[in-house]
Design a protein around this ligand. Structure first.
Ligand code: FAD
Length: 441
């Protein structure tokens, strides 16, 4: 049986490698010359920068991605961040920035800085959550906890965590999604950095795919998904139709839907015809219209000195103007920078309505770097804005609607089809696992 995968991002390659291992004849078509999508390294002056990810695996060495990679036979190493994170707090509790000094604390010590009442409330909420007494709701996380706790420190830390992990504010993500994420942290553990960066995983997946006979065609954009009699029958690449029994989209629901040619009718008019003819398609189109991508901005810089404590590669920065957090990836793997240099990757959530004023957002991020590290010799290496078709997430965490499309053998994987509770690539792994189950049944 033949499967075609559109896109060589992490979701596409994980699915392709597993299908090839299961005996499918697999062809991956990638629009760019580069393989790996937003999970590939970019070499710059001896620094391993990236096309997207901060080289971080959210649940580390025992998380869903690591487990799936091991089951596939991949060779890779993840260095856990210990403790999970450092939080940079202003030196004096009443201050709202770092200008008069700061204190770096382990995230475990965060509670010590709260009032006794809020400390007690946090303990009660955590116990209630663990015991299953607190029922997660679809209301925004901040709206929910604000019913119980009022503390500027908690608000800032919540925004810093969700901004860094999901590229949303703490109120743009539902309480239900945050609870599922916390549950996964309890189950699998915290983050780690990939030795060699994202590229090691991509290279391994390419190796595994080829070892089972699969092929990746680069510079090969899929311009149409051909649908006949209600089924995907193949794709069009370079004007040529290629038939398949199964089509996997690693380019998101919306993008795949836009290029469907249904019984000879293309693009918007095709979906319009279907939407009118069946409530299933109408419902799908309505869901697509609601799906919102999350945008973000990444600043990579080099330092002559190590910034974070030994072993801890992640810092949350709740008192900046924009930067939510950063990974000092060379703590885990010094080879990600030239000898004697340290590589730091900062991330800031970017509101969709600020994309028109992106220069100002960049300036605010760069000001943050100066305030965070006033006494360090910092060299800015690269600033990247992620939005549109190269976003941080194709759908806000917890809002996508899984792998299925109204066309039975057109399945979506990747960050537009993660399901609930999975941070970034861990969510992609959950989505791939679910997609493979759908395919097997
Ligand atoms: P993509 O990587 O987008 O791959 C899709 C591929 O399809 C691309 O290569 C594209 O060129 C190709 N394509 C598109 N259209 C076509 C077409 N018509 N025909 C053929 N090919 C096509 N996650 C983490 O877990 N840890 C992190 O540290 C982390 N940090 C991040 C930081 C930033 C700034 C960003 C942007 C993302 C980050 N993420 C992180 C998220 C993670 O990078 C993405 O979730 C993941 O890489 C997305 O993989 P994907 O398979 O969904 O799709």
């Amino acid at each position: 049986k033949k499967a075609i995968v559109i896109g060589s991002g992490l979701g596409g390659l994980l699915t392709a490698a597993q299908l090839a291992k299961d005996g499918w004849n697999v062809d991956v078509y990638e629009r760019l010359a580069l393989i790996g999508g937003r999970f590939a390294n970019i070499e710059y002056n001896g620094y391993q920068l990236s096309t997207g990810a901060l080289h971080m695996v959210p649940h580390g060495t025992d998380g869903p991605l690591a487990r799936m990679l091991r089951a596939l036979g991949a060779d890779f190493e993840i260095v856990q961040s210990t403790p999970m994170a450092t939080v940079r707090m202003p030196k004096n509790a009443e201050e709202t920035d770092y200008k008069n000094g700061y204190e770096d604390i382990s995230y475990l010590d965060f509670k010590k800085h709260l009032t006794s009442k809020n400390k007690l409330m946090m303990v009660l909420l955590t116990l209630g959550f663990k015991a299953g007494i607190i029922r997660p709701t679809k209301v925004g996380f901040k709206t929910w906890y604000s019913k119980y706790i009022h503390d500027d420190r908690i608000d800032r830390c919540a925004d810093s965590f969700t901004g860094w992990a999901l590229s949303t504010t703490a109120d743009e993500v539902t309480t239900r999604e945050v609870f599922k994420i916390f549950n996964n942290v309890y189950t699998y553990g915290g983050p780690g950095i990939l030795k060699g960066g994202c590229q090691t995983v991509i290279d391994e997946l390419v190796r595994i795919l080829s070892s089972y006979g699969g092929t990746i065609h680069t510079k090969s954009e899929v311009t149409k998904i051909v649908v006949k009699d209600g089924k995907a029958t193949g794709v069009v690449v370079g004007g040529k139709e290629i038939s398949a029994d199964l089509v996997i989209s690693d380019i998101g629901h919306k993008e795949a839907w836009e290029i469907c040619e249904i019984d000879g009718v293309e693009g918007e008019s095709a979906s319009h015809v279907l939407a009118l003819s069946s409530p299933v398609f109408k419902e799908y189109e309505d869901k697509l219209a609601e799906m919102k991508p999350s945008a973000g901005l990444k600043i990579c810089f080099a330092s002559d000195e190590q910034i974070l404590p030994d072993g801890c590669s992640l810092m949350l920065t709740p008192y900046t103007r924009r930067i939510n957090g950063l990974n000092e990836v060379t703590i885990a793997d010094p080879n990600l920078a030239p000898p004697g240099k340290h590589l730091i990757m900062c991330h800031q959530r970017t509101a969709l309505d600020k994309l028109d004023e992106i220069d100002e957002e960049i300036e605010l991020g760069l000001e943050d770097v100066k305030d965070l590290f006033p006494d360090k010799n910092v060299e800015i290496l690269m600033v990247q804005v992620h939005h549109g078709r190269w976003p941080v997430n194709r759908a806000f965490s917890g809002t996508d609607f899984g792998n299925k499309t109204p066309i039975p053998n057109l399945i979506v994987v990747g960050d537009g089809a993660k399901g609930e509770g999975g941070i970034e690539i861990e969510g992609i792994t959950f989505g791939v696992r679910d997609a493979l189950k759908i395919i097997k049944n």
